[in-house]
Design a protein around this ligand. Structure first.
Ligand code: SF4
Ligand code: F3S
Length: 107
């Protein structure tokens, strides 16, 4: 079991989540963060920290976001670690809840 960053993080990327993770298992891409599934200890601390509710326990991930399990696993291997909060994109609020954001994922 692991926690998973889902679609609503794309282009929102508030990074509040990284500040609370006790094992520093977040990895950062251009407009999205992922959790390394082998490093996450399932503490659940990050889930309530995300202002746009983008983090899920793997077993509570909405069915239409199951592709994000594989994306977190794959991208955590290639993106750099992030442990400190940074400013969200200026237009983050406009992207909160927008559907179909997967097409905007930058690698
Ligand atoms: Fe880190 Fe805990 Fe969130 Fe896993 S559940 S990513 S260990 S804060
Ligand atoms: Fe993304 Fe939410 Fe973290 S928007 S960067 S999962 S606080």
């Amino acid at each position: 079991m692991t926690f998973v960053v889902g679609e609503n993080c794309i282009k929102c990327k508030h990074t509040d989540c990284v500040e609370v993770c006790p094992v520093d298992c977040f990895y950062e891409g251009p407009n999205f963060l992922v959790i390394h599934p082998d490093e996450c200890i399932d503490c659940a601390l990050c889930e309530p920290e995300c202002p746009v509710d983008a983090i899920f326990s793997e077993d509570e991930l909405p069915e239409d976001q199951e592709v994000f399990i594989e994306l977190n696993s794959e991208l955590a291997e290639v993106w750099p670690n992030i442990t400190e909060k940074k400013d969200a994109p200026a237009d983050a609020e406009e992207w909160d809840g927008v559907e179909g954001k997967l097409q905007h994922l930058e690698r």
